[in-house]
Design a protein around this ligand. Sequence first.
Ligand SMILES: [Fe+2]
Length: 570
Amino acid sequence: MREIDVQEAFLEAGYQISPEAADLIVSHSLPEDLVCYVLEHVDESIFVIEAEHIDVLSFESECGTTLKDGSGKSPEQLTEASPQITVSSQGISEEKTSDPVASSSTITPGTTSVMNSPASPRSKKYSSSFPVGYGSGGGIDRSTGAGTNGNGAGNNINIMSDITDMSTCVGEYMEFVQYFRNRYSKLSDLIRGRITARPIESLNKNRKHGGGLRRSGGGDYSEVSIIGMVSEVRSTANGHKMLQLEDPTGSFLVLVHQAEKDLFEEASKIILDEVIGVTGSLTNDGSLIVAKKIILPDLPNISHRREGTWGKAVFTSDVHIGSSTFLEEEWCNFLDFLNGKSDNEQMRELSKDIRFLVIAGDLVDGIGIFPGQEHELDILDIYDQYAKAAEYFSQVPEHIQIIISPGNHDAVRQAEPQPRFPERITSLFEDRVIFVGNPALVDLDGVQVLMYHGRSIDDLVASVPGVSYQEPEKAMIEMLKRRHLSPIYGSRVSIAPEKQDHFVIDPVPDILHCGHVHTIGIGRYKNVLAINSGTWQSQTEFQKRVNVMPTPAQVPLVDLSTLKTSLLHF
Ligand SMILES: [Fe+2]
């Protein structure tokens, strides 16, 4: 077992692990068993596993083993004696998935019935992956409650949707069934208003009775519509697209002919696990539908958006405090700007009337997020990283309300939806800072902002033609069309099977705010403003290797009355 495997095992379970602790496990003769033992016994209030949390002696007395080197040393002794950490030379990416399903060769996402099959393998890997401690309550107090304003200056904030204190899942099979049914139910309802869809079971019954264009039970099958979750997308030998759609009653094949150019192009953007409607005609044998129209949940075509409010909001993310590539000087220029102390008169003017500072995750760089990260950190201790962040945010003027949600570098469970930071971290900050989960829908005095860190952008870049890291707003528009923040299951995003699908975009926000990819992107789709707010980190070693150019130290500033956006450079 390599250090990266140990780190991933703990990340999957919602913990981070220090290099010393990972080294201790790797040194053991039974590292996998030791990982399981630690996960079984670790206190749920701990989120960074240190060497002191690994009770090797108790583990060995339970299973009668010894350390690999036969030294019989205690964990502390071994840690002291083995301070060198093995750094993988395989160029493992910072964004390498920690999703157990993604790395499983036994599971092909999308090919297995989730809503119907009692033996769906999709759920198996999660059986011990979600210590619900961070998200299930446990007496964590919100320093500033929902709907309150910490500074009393009239910056009303209402937290409309957030997993914090609402998590119920433990990763059991039935929870996955319930989760996907909830996703189907919510998204199919959005489509149902536009087509009259029949249950898939009725088509299968028709096939048994002879199928095709014949009438069965009085139904007209010359044109049929169904709504289903996409469980398979493939190309046929003749170059057509074949989709398998699944609803709670069964599954059915849909063919998209390549001669139907526009439709075929639409179909090439279809991804696994999204919910779509299809209208088409049944083939003579009743075995598949030849599509004429594909209907996404999409946003409604409304011509007016909600009335805004006065003042401005600034949106940022991926601050990565603690990283050696954190751009402290530029960040301090930003803090000066918020305080109305910019050198430039125009900037001083722009800083007036700022009411909200919204941060969509990766506040700090974290520890143990990728192999060798300790060599790229200025602050090695996770709590020191947050303490530094708290120090910076104490410099934000009190009339600006700060809202912070977590990302994949932060010290909360990696499975999404993520709850807000634990109290040990929130207590480092002033009471006026509001912490929410990821994703979270917040109402800023009448302007609704959907905050999502944006890890699923990795999936969308990999799966949807025309979507790239350089234009993250396009990925966000794909989310809006699908009315879902993270459609693909089993890839980069570890999705916790909560009772409700917190990724469904409903209601429609005024602003969708993401980060994660470290590139600025601003777009608009049917009256929704899509903002990807970049980063405060210059190009990392990983980004150099994969040739990603970040656009750091740029901040979108939004006029809340018009949603007109300016991009500020620091
Ligand atoms: Fe980041």
